[in-house]
Design a protein around this ligand. Structure first.
Ligand code: SAM
Length: 244
């Protein structure tokens, strides 16, 4: 669960090009010839995708289970004088009556946090029921390859100006779960405050996801790697696009 990490998340993600990410999403929408005015974004976090889309004029609702991530999003929007609509819910237990949506998004690992296949299937079924006919579902996950080989059983350490962290990872090949032990040291005056969080992510193979999408009756399924329009086996991030 994202707790204190939420307040330094944006700083640690400063190498992520969210501007290009949003442009890529818009390219996917254009390529699929769907008219998109409203968007539901699952696991929206601190709003790094939500806020730019709101600024572009989309009617967007962001959902996340972490109140601290949402509070960061809300503050950023308030500072920009934007009216950002957010809901604090677990995406496995979506509980609101909004249907006929043009587009549903889930960006940057949201579904890797769903550890059980049956829960992911439940989400896909809910998304299907909330989309309009021909509506588009776009999401990405960190690939199986990335969780197992790039992150798995590796320790990362970074010393930044005001934040240091040690990030230890253990990959369990039996249940395909990556356990990430995050230890942060954040400078406060002359001292450093230490806090730790454990995050678990599930590594899904491309075909497992396709199978679940098909079970939920999605069609026109396309898979792309690393912000391209092609699929490569050893890619780090895999994008899935499907239509109702
Ligand atoms: C890596 S962050 C990505 C945030 C945002 N999408 C972005 O692109 O920066 C993953 C997010 O998923 C959220 N999350 C994980 N499991 C969730 C669940 N079951 N329901 C709702 N949100 C969840 C976390 O709280 C966190 O904000």
């Amino acid at each position: 669960m994202y707790l204190d990490f939420s307040y330094i998340y944006d700083e640690l993600m400063d190498d992520v090009d969210y501007k290009s990410w949003v442009m890529y999403i818009e390219e996917i929408i254009k390529k699929n010839k769907v008219e998109v005015k409203n968007i539901l974004e699952l696991a929206c976090g601190t709003g790094n995708i939500t806020i730019p889309l709101l600024k572009k004029g989309y009617d967007i609702l962001g959902i996340d289970m972490s109140t601290s991530m949402l509070s960061v999003a809300k503050k950023k929007a308030k500072d920009m004088d934007l009216d950002l609509v957010l809901l604090n819910q677990d995406i496995v237990e979506l509980d609101f009556e909004v249907y006929n949506l043009d587009c549903v998004l889930c960006c940057c690992d949201g579904f890797n946090y769903i550890l059980e296949e049956e829960d992911l299937l439940k989400i896909f079924n809910d998304v299907y029921s909330k989309l309009k006919k021909d509506g588009i579902f776009i999401f990405d996950i960190s690939s199986y390859y990335k969780l197992k080989n790039t992150l798995g059983n590796n320790t990362f350490y970074e010393e930044r100006e005001k934040i240091d962290y040690i990030w230890e990872n253990y990959f369990d090949e039996e249940d395909n779960i990556l356990q990430m032990n995050l230890n942060f040291f954040v400078q406060e005056g002359e001292l450093y405050k230490k806090f730790s969080e454990e995050h678990l992510q599930r590594a899904y193979k491309k075909d497992e996801i396709i199978n679940l999408l098909e079970k939920s009756k999605f069609s026109d399924i396309n898979i792309y790697s690393d912000f391209t329009f092609e699929y490569a086996k050893d890619s780090q991030r895999v994008f899935f696009v499907a239509k109702k």
